[in-house]
Design a protein around this ligand. Structure first.
Ligand code: ATP
Ligand code: MG
Length: 437
């Protein structure tokens, strides 16, 4: 992509409304634009990152055997009356009336909708286990939308729903998602910690929030210091016993969300306990028959008798992750994207656009990167070199290639690693070899 043809409305000044780094940097890098409180348009650079995150989330869900569907954003109120949540949900739910005076709502989550799909189609235990997911926009009329996309009113969520014959099956489904989440966050370049979370009236120990550490996080988190040394599961299939083993390892060390932590009854000593702030980037929950019983989601069991299925739900905040990753990965000059989610792998900076030799050297590199399908953003504008460097640092691409008159004369390109700041002068071939495997 040539910057001269791109739409990336960067800001030189810090926007006043932004209180935290990710919000400030997303606005400054021209990734998003606010439409109204907590509702954003995603501009090309932001949209690219959002899609990259979505694709990693999707890939890990697919590998875990979940099946992708797409449920609507607008749902009928009657489904929510069946589960008794229509009134309970209160003001956070955006209620809509259509022209025939039918009550509708913009979905804040999809348990009812997916249970309706299940009960209309699945009749036998032989069709279980089943896990259906979608990646869809949600609306919650948050009291205090803030921090940009981190606490929006409209936000993108991956939500999966598992259906099993009994608790044993549901627990395997839960463990499978637990492990898929560990792998997902690691692929996003993040260190996520699963915290024991409140299961409310359902009880049991099958609810975990996944958080990433950041000083600006909204939740207080408590964990054993060794949690940060646990190994991410390998990329392969696991038997139910192996899944249980991984979950046991990860949950054997103390890690609790605020509402679950009692300082007077903490099972570990003060020098093992770390207290930090975190951003909730996912939540998995086993809720058994809460919706299946209320909505009549039954299958015929092996003995011919009806069984009410056991369910769980598994959310990942896809749009929140864009901000969350920036909170975890930035410095004083801007964003530092992990390679897996970066909007482009390399920024090619022409330090003297219009100079015949510089233009020719840049065009050659640009063509070769494109041919190798390396995503490149080529700054071919006539801006000053200083402004170009600052802009590239701000948008945080993993690599920068700079081409100027002196380098061209010496047959070298300056290659900078955005994360380490390390710079080296390499021949164009050696520079390309860094990115073309
Ligand atoms: P929170 O406590 O942050 O409000 P929640 O418990 O309401 O989250 P869930 O209903 O479990 O969240 O939703 C699943 C995921 O969706 C959360 O882990 C979070 O990453 C994301 N999410 C929830 N609310 C928002 C929001 N207002 N803006 C952006 N992402 C959100
Ligand atoms: Mg909430």
């Amino acid at each position: 992509m040539r910057l001269s043809r791109y739409f990336m409305p960067t800001l030189k000044e810090d926007p006043k409304e932004a209180q935290i780094a990710s919000h400030r940097l997303m606005l400054r890098a021209g990734m998003i634009q606010q439409s109204s409180a907590g509702i954003y348009s995603w501009l090309p650079l932001g949209q690219k990152v959002l899609k990259n995150i979505e694709n990693i989330v999707r890939d890990e869900q697919n590998k875990a055997g979940a099946l992708e569907i797409l449920m609507p954003t607008i749902q009928p109120a009657e489904l929510w009356r069946e589960s008794n949540r229509y009134d309970d949900y209160g003001k956070e739910m955006l209620r809509i009336t259509d022209r025939h005076d039918r009550e509708m709502l913009y979905g804040p989550t999809n348990e009812e909708q997916v249970t309706d799909i299940f009960r209309s189609n699945v009749r036998s235990y032989k069709d279980l286990p089943l896990n259906l997911y979608h990646i869809q926009w949600k609306f919650r009329d948050e009291v205090r939308p803030r921090f940009g996309v981190m606490r929006g009113r409209e936000f993108l969520m991956k939500d999966a729903y598992s259906f099993d014959l009994d608790y044993e099956g549901a627990k395997i489904a839960y463990n499978r998602m637990f492990v898929a989440y560990l792998k997902t966050y690691a692929r996003l370049g993040l260190q996520a910690i699963p915290l024991r979370a409140d299961t409310g009236p359902i009880g049991g120990d099958l609810s975990h929030e996944f958080i990433i550490l950041a000083d600006t996080g909204e939740s207080e988190v408590f964990y054993h210091k060794d949690v940060l040394n646990l190994q991410t599961p390998e990329d392969r299939d696991y038997s139910p016993e192996e899944l249980q083993g991984i979950v046991d390892t990860w949950t054997s060390l103390y890690a609790a969300a605020d509402e679950m932590h009692d300082p007077d009854n903490c099972p570990i000593s003060g020098d093992e306990l770390v207290t930090r702030r975190g951003i909730e980037v996912g939540h998995i929950f086993h809720f058994g028959q809460k919706y299946s019983a209320a909505m009549g989601a039954n299958v015929t069991g092996p003995d011919g008798k009806d069984v009410t299925v056991s369910m769980g739900s598994y959310g990942i905040g896809v749009s929140r992750l864009v901000g969350g990753i920036i909170e975890a990965c930035h410095d004083e000059n801007g964003i530092v994207w992990p390679e897996e989610v970066a909007p482009f792998q390399v920024g090619l900076i022409n330090l003297k656009s219009g100079d015949e030799a510089c233009d020719a050297a840049c065009e050659d590199l640009y063509a070769k990167l494109n041919a190798a399908e390396v995503e490149v953003l080529y700054d071919d504008t006539s801006d000053r070199a200083g402004a170009k460097f600052a802009n590239m640092d701000l948008i945080g691409l993993p690599w920068q290639f700079s081409v100027g008159p002196r380098g061209v004369k010496n047959g070298v390109v300056e290659v900078k690693n955005r994360k380490t700041g390390e710079k080296e002068e390499l021949s164009p071939e050696a520079a390309l070899a860094k990115l073309i495997g």
